[in-house]
Design a protein around this ligand. Structure first.
Ligand code: APR
Length: 174
């Protein structure tokens, strides 16, 4: 099983093979993690995103899917962009959120990445409740059987997020 670690910090500072971006379908940037990655990673990332939009993702990257680009100036080899679902109290989109993690792991494995950093996808602008998002994220990564990915590092931006992930991990491990 992939070794899961939890830290508080800034995902753009993580020295890993692949950094996962909480993108939007346009792949053309935004705020939060997306904004930080493009700001710190530099224009090469956006250039590759634009190329993806003019080729296989003409209509944008659907929620739940993942695609890799260069990491530009970030201390990583790749950025794996994935689009989380917007939280809805009326519709259960849990499977789409789980797919973000599964697909990001699959893409990382195909690339031969050994270490990767995840943000808490959908828990910011997309308003997914932290406790539920943490449980979905961790149960999905724990269930994945990876060939090369040995470490999945969750980089939480604040103490509330860290506590939610720690609680979910404790529940899953007990
Ligand atoms: N490092 C780690 N985590 C971060 C960072 C960072 N530099 N910046 C924000 N976060 C955290 C947020 O606190 C939140 O817990 O990442 C989590 C995801 O928040 P968002 O970045 O808002 O992502 P999401 O909720 O998936 O919404 C995606 O927001 O930025 C836009 O273009 C993006 O439209 C897309 C939407």
């Amino acid at each position: 099983m992939t070794n899961i670690t939890l830290i508080t910090g800034d995902i753009t500072e993580q020295k890993v093979d692949a950094i996962v971006n909480a993108a939007n379908s346009s792949l053309l940037g935004g705020g939060g993690v997306d904004g930080a990655i493009h700001r710190r990673g530099g224009p090469e990332i956006l250039e590759e995103c634009r190329a993806l939009r003019s080729s296989q993702y003409g209509d944008g990257l659907p929620a739940g899917q993942a695609v890799a680009t260069t990491a530009g100036r970030l201390p990583a080899r790749w950025v794996i962009h994935t689009v989380g679902p917007v939280f809805s109290a009326a519709e259960d989109r849990s499977e789409t959120l789980a797919s973000c993690y599964r697909e990001a792991l699959r893409v990382a494995d195909e690339l031969g990445a050994r270490t990767m950093a995840f943000p808490a996808i959908s828990t910011g602008v997309y308003r997914w409740p932290l406790a539920d998002a943490a449980y979905i994220a961790l149960s999905t990564v724990r269930a994945a059987r990876m060939k090369t990915v040995g470490e999945a590092r969750f980089v939480l931006f604040d103490q509330d997020a860290y506590d939610a992930f720690e609680e979910a991990l404790h529940t899953l491990e007990s």
